[in-house]
Design a protein around this ligand. Structure first.
Ligand SMILES: NC(=O)c1ccc[n+]([C@@H]2O[C@H](COP(=O)([O-])OP(=O)(O)OC[C@H]3O[C@@H](n4cnc5c(N)ncnc54)[C@H](O)[C@@H]3O)[C@@H](O)[C@H]2O)c1
Length: 261
């Protein structure tokens, strides 16, 4: 049966592949992005988040079946805090009322394998406290500092925080209690514009491989792979998976922390 999905980050990479996959399966997709989308909204701002909810309400007639929050960026900047964490939670919370009319409501957000990196404790605390001005201040302080893996400490901290948000809220009356499955996926390296520059050089590929060793089918999966996982987690078929962070990384997570069950 045809369903209506909202996909943020629909203009590029994983979000675009997800929208294409869902449409190919006969569903309706309301794509959201800062450019080239049905709903053009800057999810780093309060105005953009309000516009997202308003526009999706108008276009959907007040009912959607799935919300898939993919939009994100990797820049070492406070804007990354605004999109990856507060933009994602605003998408999920803001559109949750529209899921109430669905008989199989689902929500999924894209975290990252980077969530396994050491976090910046000051920023992590402000994110979990839902304090956006405080979190942006922490991001200003961090600046371009990197974590032990050599990537932006801001990026990895926002991704761990959004994964924790899913773990915390999935069981709540507003989510599981309302029949809404709420999950995250955590990709390793996916071939998209976000990783294109690094994947161009042998050095860049080696650095990515070191952080995300991928014995299953090699490094750098095509975006169709996470798109298929997102489509299933957001489908009516997913009746009992919730509160999970599903790694799609060719085995990297199991190599990095094999003791975790
Ligand atoms: N590519 C990877 O290897 C990888 C790995 C782990 C996680 N991820 C995550 O997957 C998601 C998608 O990334 P991608 O690789 O497809 O990158 P991408 O750059 O191809 O796509 C990201 C999309 O988000 C949109 N976006 C950015 N800022 C926005 C804003 N302020 N408001 C609205 N939309 C905005 C962009 O316009 C773009 O269309 C991101 O959350 C990213 O962190 C990617």
């Amino acid at each position: 049966m045809s369903r209506t999905y909202v996909v943020t980050g629909a203009a590029s990479g994983i979000g675009k592949a997800t929208a294409e996959r869902l449409e190919a399966d006969g569903h309706r997709v309301i794509g959201v992005d800062i450019k080239d989308a049905d709903v053009v909204a800057d999810l780093s701002t309060g105005e953009g988040r309000t516009a997202l909810v308003h526009e999706v309400e108008q276009r959907s007639g007040g009912r959607v079946d799935g919300v898939i929050a993919v939009a994100g960026l990797v820049a070492a900047s406070p804007v990354t805090v605004g999109v990856n964490y507060f933009g994602a939670t605003a998408t999920l919370e803001g559109l949750r009322p529209l899921l109430a009319g669905s008989d199989a409501p689902r929500a999924v957000v894209v975290a990252s394998l980077a969530a396994l990196e050491e976090v910046d404790e000051g920023l992590y605390e402000r994110l979990l406290a839902d304090d956006e001005p405080g979190a942006r201040q922490e991001a200003e302080r961090i600046g371009t500092a990197t974590n032990a893996a050599g990537s932006s400490a801001i990026y990895s901290t926002t991704k761990k925080a959004i994964a924790q948000w899913v773990r915390t809220h999935a069981k709540d009356p507003e989510w599981a209690g309302a029949g809404i499955a709420l999950n995250a996926i955590a990709p390793g390296v996916i071939e998209t514009p976000m990783t294109a520059a690094a994947l161009e050089s042998a050095e860049g590929r080696a650095a990515l491989d070191a952080g995300a060793p991928s014995p299953l089918n090699g490094p750098a999966a095509p975006p169709a792979a996470p798109a298929a996982l997102l489509a299933w987690l957001a489908s009516a078929e997913n009746t009992h998976v919730t509160g999970q962070i599903v790694f799609i990384d060719g085995g990297a997570e199991s190599i990095r922390r094999p003791e975790r069950i």
